[in-house]
Design a binder for this molecule. Structure first.
Ligand code: F0G
Length: 461
């Protein structure tokens, strides 16, 4: 007797992380209509474990296919996100995909930082090398394409700067309008200028990031705009590819540790989701520990883990000069807690001075990044001291934004102005050795040669 025909599993579905309810038609704010929690994308058609198959292909065939696409001239094959499209939501009409050839970011060794940090094998996956200068592009290409495919005219986000820059760029490429809500005076000029150049309607609100997000959620209930914050689960899917690309760059040998900055906690959730899926699909046999580092002044996840064991969110009034992560009530905290539990990672917080120092140290390795990215190195130093990271282990820092995103921070640091007021003066004295303020000289070779000799003398001594 023939077995009854099995109903075909859907290629992907939106599922609540708390009550597992499947959202057929998600609300504008991507919250579960049954319980109000966040949604995530699940792939019921994947066959995991022994004999895994995705779309009929096993891990080795997928690895070959992805490598092969690197030589292709087709735009979505050249994207470091869509190259891995078997592990992303399926788009029946590929013409609706908006791509700026995101992803494809380098993995650099950091020899100077390794010596300072006390680890032998230290790498940086530089997501600041994306088209708009931050990791947001990898998620934005997927979520903006979903908006485009659904026929939205307006897309919107609340942002500390990078999401808005990225969203504005992808909206423009897709012929959509972008609505940006940012905290007035609390985002860097580099990011603000990007949103303007890409033609977004940019609203500076007299509140912080958390306030902007609240206003946005009211707006989307009143106007047909599509939210592109990381509560949108399509963003998370795209951001997964940084971890997949990293594993490919390491020959599918996972590192021991991945260290990531934490703000709204979408990125740690995405990277962790990718790692868990890669293990379930048999690409890797063990999971790297994924640890999240926050600024002391914006330490909601650190407090949530330490004071409630990850049970209940502790919101904080956020303040840090690393404006990208100036977030007090992270939306994806539950997803991040799950990742910490699944991978055995930890949380740590770092001071303003520790962030500034680490940023200069990464710069001195010829890489450079924005302040929020530098929390990773500052955190690593602490994790090594605590013995959580051992000196022989391989560590990858996720650098999330480009050095040129926030030149004002860098200039203030080198001129010695960053901590001129605000209570960090004593601790900041230790930074003198890293500071390289520009010097104003007479326009003569003599003056320049003298400066050169003086500097050489200082280096020799
Ligand atoms: N690093 C940079 C450079 C960022 O811009 C952000 C977040 C983070 C780290 C933290 O990532 O939120 O996924 O935990 N920036 C957002 C924005 C919030 O609006 O640009 P997260």
């Amino acid at each position: 007797m023939n077995a009854p025909a099995q109903p075909k599993a859907p290629l992907f579905q939106l599922r609540c992380i708390a009550c597992n309810a499947v959202a057929e038609e998600p609300e504008q704010d991507f919250r579960c209509t049954a319980c109000g929690d966040l949604l995530e994308i699940a792939y019921p058609a994947w066959k995991t474990g022994v004999g895994m198959r995705v779309g009929g292909l096993n891990a080795t065939s997928l690895q070959q296919l992805w490598r092969h696409r690197k030589k292709s001239l087709v735009p979505i094959d050249q994207s470091g996100v869509w190259r891995f499209r078997e592990l992303l939501p399926h788009f029946p009409d590929e013409k609706k995909i908006i791509t700026l050839r995101e992803g494809n970011t380098p993995l650099y060794e950091l020899p100077g930082c390794a010596a300072i940090g006390g680890t032998d094998r230290l790498f940086a996956k530089h997501q600041g090398m994306n088209p708009t200068g931050s990791f947001k592009d990898t998620g934005m290409t997927v979520a903006a394409s979903a908006a485009h495919a659904a026929g939205f005219r307006w897309v919107a986000c609340a942002s500390t700067g990078n999401t808005s820059a990225s969203m504005a760029g992808y909206a423009a490429r897709g012929g959509m309008r972008g609505l940006v809500l940012i905290p007035e005076g609390k985002i860097s000029f580099g990011k603000l200028s990007q949103a303007l150049d890409y033609g977004a309607l940019t609203c500076q609100l007299k509140t912080d990031f958390d306030g902007c997000l609240r206003v946005l959620h009211e707006v989307v209930h009143r106007m047909p705009v599509y939210v592109l914050n990381s509560t949108n689960p399509y963003r998370i899917e795209g951001q997964k590819t940084a971890a997949i690309e990293l594993l490919e760059q390491l020959g599918w040998e996972p590192p021991d540790h991945i260290i990531v900055p934490g703000g709204n906690l979408g990125n740690s959730s995405a990277l962790g989701k990718a790692l868990v899926e890669m293990k379930e699909l048999g690409f890797i046999s063990g999971l790297p520990k994924l640890s999240v580092i926050q600024a002391e002044g914006a330490n909601a996840l650190v407090r949530t883990m330490r004071e409630t064991g990850g049970e209940k969110l502790i919101s904080v009034q956020a303040d840090t000069a690393a404006t990208a992560i100036r977030i007090g009530s992270p939306a994806s905290w539950k997803k991040a807690v799950r990742v910490l539990e699944a991978t055995g990672g930890t949380v740590e917080q770092v001071s303003e001075v520790e962030i500034a120092l680490a940023k200069a140290e990464i710069g001195a390795d010829g890489i450079g990044c924005e302040p929020a990215s530098a929390v990773t190195l500052a955190g690593l130093k602490k994790l090594v001291k605590q013995g959580f990271v051992k000196s022989g282990e391989m560590v990858v820092l996720i650098l999330t934004g480009h050095l040129l995103k926030d030149p004002e921070f860098t200039l203030k640091f080198h001129r010695g102005d960053l901590f001129a007021e605000g209570g960090h003066e004593a601790e900041a004295r230790s930074l003198k050795a890293q500071q390289r303020a520009p010097i104003v000289l007479e326009a003569t070779a003599d003056a320049v040669v003298r400066a050169l000799r003086e500097t050489e003398g200082k280096v020799d001594n």
